[in-house]
Unconditional design. Structure first.
Length: 351
């Protein structure tokens, strides 16, 4: 084995040296190699302000133009790509052993879906804002019904499948017929309020479909008050508007993250987890009690930072952002008051 510019030859460690600290670079997974071979850009980051601003390149396999999106923390879990259908045209027929959900960013058209041996195709129409899924391993064709290009954001479970099977011919040419299933939700943040910071493993991709906002995220090793502790430069921020993206827990997971809607119309998001990545779907003993740790405060065994313990900079930034937008804050002062400990007497309770 010879040294290369990007990989140093391993040598027997000397006395007192630890063998685990060599300079080893992570090798690309099968899905990484697949993306790179497709000939379109691959965007990597914690999020995207607007997918409409991403560069597109001709995509031979799909028959349109597109770009891959791989958010930090979702590697091996969740795949995303942006594809443009040419005006009054269509993408190539696809069939694959991974599931796909589609959000229409711009345009209108029709999707045709059929299974092996079916003579009649099931067809449905879509327009800007439509959300639909493709049944697993079903043939499908996306047709643009307008004179302008259509733009679609697609999320897939391709990383899970390709990294396990590592054979693209089988992934795209398996003859087995599956029934459909789906795996996402939509929610809306109240105007003038924000949720607590919390941490959990990576998987979810949040897609902004209405309003605008931003997310702060930082590694748990920085603690709960990174601004006050002089570590603000290590906190990452992602702004977004329709259609923007953010990785809910980037990097290796267990990063604190906190989402803020600052528009007058509220912040509406859809969360894409993938079929096997949501926390409630993780392996464990059947029937055991599950907890939503992100909704439980750190002091009570959960992973959420209560408002009275969060960094004061968070509240100041949120209120300043609302003021710029002409929106009133609805974060009541009592939200930031420390709750009494068990058995503690507070003024007004006892006369």
């Amino acid at each position: 084995m010879h040294d290369t510019p990007d990989q140093v030859h391993w040598h027997e460690p000397k006395a007192g040296e630890n063998a685990g600290y060599g300079k080893f670079k992570r090798a690309p997974m099968p899905y990484d190699r697949f993306m790179e071979a497709e000939g379109v850009p691959v965007y990597r980051g914690i999020g995207v302000r607007r997918v409409q601003d991403l560069p597109l390149a001709p995509w031979k396999r799909l028959g349109g133009r597109g770009s891959y999106i791989q958010l930090f923390g979702t590697e091996g879990l969740w795949g995303l790509y942006l594809v443009e259908i040419p005006s009054a045209g269509a993408l190539n027929v696809e069939r694959h052993l991974y599931e796909k959900v589609v959000l229409v960013v711009e345009g209108r058209g029709t999707t045709e879906v059929w299974q092996e041996g079916q003579g009649k195709r099931h067809a449905f129409e879509w327009q800007k804002g439509s959300l639909f899924s493709i049944p697993l391993n079903a043939y499908h064709r996306l047709v643009n019904a307008a004179s302008a290009p259509a733009l679609l954001l697609c999320g897939t479970s391709a990383p899970n499948v390709m990294n396990v099977i590592d054979n693209t011919d089988f992934v795209f040419n398996c003859p087995y017929t599956f029934s459909d299933r789906f795996y996402l939700w939509i929610g809306q943040h109240e105007t003038g309020r924000y949720s607590k910071a919390h941490k959990h493993a990576s998987a979810a991709v949040l897609v902004c479909i209405k309003g605008k906002g931003y997310t702060y995220t930082w590694p748990e090793t920085l603690g709960t008050t990174p601004w006050r502790d002089g570590k603000a430069d290590k906190v990452l921020r992602q702004d977004y508007e329709p259609v923007g993206l953010v990785s809910a827990a980037p990097m290796s997971g267990d990063w604190f993250h906190q989402h803020f809607g600052i528009g007058k119309e509220g912040l509406r998001i859809t969360a894409w987890h993938g079929p096997n990545n949501q926390r409630s779907r993780k392996p464990g003993r059947p029937g055991e009690q599950l907890m939503d740790y992100g909704a439980i405060d750190l002091s009570k065994g959960g992973s959420a930072i209560p408002y009275h313990q969060e960094d004061p900079a968070i509240r100041r930034e949120f209120e300043a952002a609302l003021e710029r937008e002409g929106v009133a804050s609805r974060m009541n002062p009592e939200f930031y008051q420390r709750p009494p400990a068990e058995g503690e007497v507070v003024m007004g309770d006892v006369m």
